[in-house]
Write a protein that binds this ligand. Structure first.
Ligand SMILES: Nc1ncnc2c1ncn2[C@@H]1O[C@H](COP(=O)(O)OP(=O)(O)OP(=O)(O)O)[C@@H](O)[C@H]1O
Length: 926
């Protein structure tokens, strides 16, 4: 007879729905059990109570009475009462007396369910099998995290996302040219990291005008719901660190840099990943740094993963660029002068890397260079050597930059100059030339009446009607005056976008401009609209003035010249003959050719010609020499860049062959439609209704007889969905259902966390076996619970071990796949099913024991393989650090020590991989 002790937890074998019972008292013959979940108390005769003692083992998942999820690591028994030693999701130790287990917890005890004849419909067993198999497929798939985003499959983006998210704690600068999809790349990276559990707490910091666009892009493309923090929201949370109230937070740089309390809270909030958009605003030089830089530096020091985004990394100079790299990898970028020197030697390294990439044989000189750079490379493959070259002798692993030149499919840019006569009023202006680039600022109040650009603009707009036109100028006052003049003088209504507006107003204006039917023809934008925003639906850009910084010019043009632009972009530039604006126009157009093409050398040319350009602006008469010099310099620098630094970057930022393989593998998964089959079976078994909707869509609604009240993520009034990528891109109102959609993932979790399908009985026909042979199909899961920072799933994700045992204990799983087994499920005749099982209990018990022995042998092998993989990967990382330490004295010893310790911890956790039975199905041959 079992011994009952008050406080112990027991489960009713026949009424699992009562939840977890707790022993209240015993009197020698009877035991009184309370079931707090249902509020019932029952009295059982101790001799044959239909009760099972709840005893959990290491690796089992539990919840405490507050609903907190825990994993059992060990147990202690004290006079018949168990204390569970657990870890929470963050790896913290928790001591849990059994009395504090969640009363509503249900147990997944397949053998007990099977032996007591509680069997489920066979759909669920198969869905369970498929769910685990899918989990394993994903764990090893390069497409993981890249599949479920509502994006077109663009090779260079996928390359970067797979490469970066594959790293343990990625710290990179995403610096693709304007409009090539850095936001999408960052979204893909963080989508994968969230999916694998590599990151949970994410902070995105952007300039204020881009907050809403990020919020929307994350939601509609990646199903990620970031919490948008402004000052009001921050102030409203007073009881805890406001940033710890949410896992995924989006806020402006102004919010955290503008107040010490917000900065402190952000620093203490323990993020896994920090994303900073438009990072060129973080100013750094060898002698000084901005407040914003210092704050991001402090955040980057306490955050393992950091993504910085900028299209114009050198907008604030070369040193600023180095400053950003330094935020990411202070070991690698420790000295600006050394960095400059190194850069000067990139060309031979790039040549060498290119030859290796093309599989060309290396000359003796190449071999010599290689040895001087990397030492002995015997035994290393060319990919490995290239990676080491890029890492140690280029800007390497930290920087990705794709250019339009290397990515096909971008439309042309056409410059349409509009020279205007200088109005007489300009002659009297005494301001400096730079100020006269925006003459309205020096002309004062009545400039609208004398500035020929105003009439020119009205005529242009009329001529271009109904085409949408984006106008960018330097100042908000200019925007406001222009709006008034257009309305009063020509009845043209324009939407405006400037820094004086609230975020919501700005977004409304941008949406008004974007609207196809009743939107405005024109959006007047001050410089803040020249960064980050998506206006590629327009094809005409008017540059009402020109910025002195070529990167800013490229940012402006980039509003239209971005992925998704379908037509030639017309860039209209009005300027005044004989004025500073003509000089600047010619310098850009003839010297740099920066209107019609992006010009990688532009900031370097400006750095060299800056003073001469300023002089020429003052004396517009004599600029031909300057322009000729600018042209020669641009050609030379562009050539050098493309042979050296940019070539290295290009090799690193996309790989035509492997990127296409990644696209192919995602297309293959899209085309296989496995998720369609899985989900429709799931819905059918669960009672969810689904039918074809308009235009190839699918309409999904809760059914009237569902297994549970709610299906995860399915609203009461249903949803419209599609399984097709093209359909999802064309119809953003449709959910894009892939293996990575939250609805699918939560359905999978619901299944594996429940006991649905954990036991079954099926009558099959199989000529290989005699009639009435008993087989047992067993699904085991090998799991290695470990603290999240160790990312043990990279080496050993939950892994299914399937066995198919006959009565002699022989395993037939290799010859007979799960899919090949078809038969009649006996849930329709439960009485018969129970009789069959009851008559076979001793045999089944033996087979279960045999199964456990066989599965354990397989797990040992899995464990050995995973340990070997882990040793290889971490060994490589250690080797990199040690090699870097040789060329860079500032690589910290403790970093090497930490990695070594991590390897030891992983080794210890992997050694504790445990096995648990997930489902058991009896097969009887008929
Ligand atoms: N793979 C994709 N599928 C669909 N749309 C895309 C894809 N990549 C980029 N886009 C769209 O192209 C535009 C530019 O992308 P994104 O904003 O990510 O570029 P960016 O490099 O961050 O731009 P900027 O340099 O201006 O900050 C956006 O409208 C984006 O939604």
């Amino acid at each position: 007879m079992q011994e009952f002790v008050p406080g112990q937890r027991w489960l009713s074998e026949t009424q699992a729905e009562l939840g977890l019972g707790i022993v209240m008292s015993t009197d020698g013959r009877c035991v009184q059990i309370a079931f707090p979940a249902t509020g019932e108390t029952r009295l059982y005769a101790m001799r044959d109570a239909p009760l099972v003692r709840v005893e959990l083992g290491p690796g089992e998942r539990v919840r405490d009475h507050n609903g907190r999820k825990l994993c059992v690591i060990g147990t202690q028994d004290d006079a018949g009462l168990i204390t569970y030693l657990c870890e929470d999701l963050d790896g913290r130790s928790v001591v849990l007396p059994e009395a504090k287990l969640d009363d509503r917890m249900r147990f997944n005890r397949p053998q007990q369910r099977l032996l007591s004849g509680r069997i489920d419909s066979d759909h669920w067993f198969s869905l369970r099998y498929r769910t685990w198999m899918q989990g394993m497929r994903e764990a090893g798939s390069p497409a993981l995290g890249l599949l479920g985003a509502r994006v077109a499959l663009i090779p260079h983006q996928l390359h970067i996302a797979a490469e970066v998210a594959g790293r343990e704690a990625p710290r990179v600068l995403l610096a693709d040219e304007v409009g090539l999809g850095k936001t999408i790349e960052a979204g893909l990276i963080l989508h994968r990291m969230l999916l694998t559990g590599q990151a949970r707490r994410v902070l995105i910091v952007t300039p204020e005008p881009l907050l809403h666009q990020w919020l929307v892009e994350m939601r509609r493309r990646f199903n990620l719901r970031f919490a948008l923090y402004d000052r009001e929201r921050f102030d409203a949370i007073t009881d805890v660190n406001p940033f710890q109230d949410e896992q995924q937070v989006l806020c402006s740089l102004d919010l955290i840099a503008g107040s010490p309390d917000a900065a402190r809270a952000a620093l203490e909030a323990q993020w896994d990943l920090l994303v900073v958009d438009e990072a060129h605003h973080l100013a750094w030089s060898e002698t000084d740094s901005s407040l914003e830089y210092d704050l991001i530096e402090a955040l980057a020091q306490v955050t393992p993963g950091v993504l910085l985004l900028t299209a114009t990394p050198e907008q604030l100079g070369r040193a600023g660029h180095f400053g950003r790299l330094r935020l990411l990898d202070p070991d690698r970028f420790h000295d600006y002068q050394v960095f400059l020197e190194e850069e000067a030697h990139y060309a031979p390294v790039a040549d060498l890397a290119a030859r290796l990439l093309d599989g060309e044989p290396l000359s003796a000189a190449d071999q010599g260079l290689l040895e001087s750079l990397l030492g002995d490379v015997q035994g290393q493959g060319s990919e490995e050597i290239i990676a080491h070259l890029l890492d140690r002798h280029g800007t390497g692993r930290v920087l990705f930059r794709n250019t339009r030149a290397s990515i096909p499919g971008f439309p042309e840019r056409q410059l349409i100059p509009h020279p205007l006569p200088k109005p007489p009023e300009f002659d009297a202006l005494s301001a400096q030339a730079v100020e006269r680039l925006t003459p309205e600022r020096v002309l004062g109040g009545d400039w609208i009446d004398v500035d020929p650009r105003v009439d020119w603009l009205i005529q242009r707009l009329k001529a271009l009607r109904p085409a949408k036109v984006l106008l960018i100028c330097a100042h908000a006052e200019t925007v406001l005056k222009l709006r008034e003049a257009l309305l009063c003088n020509a009845g043209i209504y324009a939407a405006v976008f400037h820094e004086g507006m609230e975020i919501v107003e700005r977004d409304r204006a941008a949406a008004y401009f974007a609207a196809v039917e009743d939107g405005t023809q024109l959006l007047l934008c001050s410089e803040i609209g020249s960064e980050g925003r998506n206006f590629q639906f327009a094809h005409h850009l008017i540059l009402f003035d020109l910025p002195l910084d070529p990167d800013l010019l490229e940012q402006r043009i980039g509003r239209l010249d971005r992925i998704g632009q379908t037509q030639t972009i017309r860039i209209h530039v009005p300027y005044f003959l004989g004025c500073p604006s003509e000089v600047l126009f010619r310098w850009y157009a003839e010297g740099l050719n920066a209107f019609e093409h992006s010009c990688p050398a532009a900031s370097a040319v400006l750095a060299e010609q800056g003073p001469a350009l300023l002089r020429a602006l003052e004396n517009p008469g004599d600029v031909d020499t300057l322009i000729a010099e600018a042209r020669a310099l641009t050609e030379r620098l562009n050539r050098e860049l493309s042979a050296g630094r940019d070539r290295l970057l290009e090799i690193h930022s996309h790989r035509a062959k492997t990127d296409l393989a990644l696209v192919d593998s995602i297309e293959e998964i899209d085309a296989s439609r496995t998720v369609v089959d899985y989900l429709t079976r799931f819905w059918d078994a669960f009672g969810v209704e689904h039918e074809s909707g308009a235009g190839g869509s699918l309409v999904v609604r809760p059914g009237s007889q569902m297994l549970q009240e709610h299906f995860p993520r399915l609203p009461e009034d249903g949803l419209t969905a599609t399984f097709e990528r093209a359909g999802a891109l064309a119809h953003e109102d449709r959910e894009f259902l892939t293996w990575e959609h939250p609805l699918v993932r939560e359905a999978m979790e619901l299944l594996t966390a429940s006991d649905l399908g954990t036991s079954g009985l099926v009558l099959i026909k199989d000529a290989r076996f005699k009639r009435a042979t008993l087989l047992l199909e067993l699904l085991y899961v090998a799991e290695c619970p470990a603290p999240p920072e160790l990312q043990v799933g990279r080496f050993l994700p939950p892994t299914l071990v399937r066995l198919l045992l006959d009565g002699d204990g022989k395993d037939h799983a290799a010859e007979i796949s799960h899919e090949a087994i078809r038969g009649d499920c006996l849930t329709r005749n439960l009485k018969l099913a129970r009789q069959v099982i009851k008559s076979q209990v001793p045999r089944l018990t033996e087979m279960l024991a045999r199964g456990e022995t066989l599965a354990r042998e397989q797990v040992e092998q899995l464990q050995r393989d995973a340990t070997a993989r882990m040793q290889a990967v971490l060994g490589e990382e250690l080797e990199r650090l040690v090699a870097l330490a040789q060329v860079n004295p500032s690589v910290r010893r403790d970093e090497i020590d930490r990695l070594t310790e991590k390897r030891a911890r992983l080794d210890a956790y992997l050694a504790q991989t445990h096995l648990r039975i997930d489902a058991a199905r009896v097969l009887v041959t008929a």
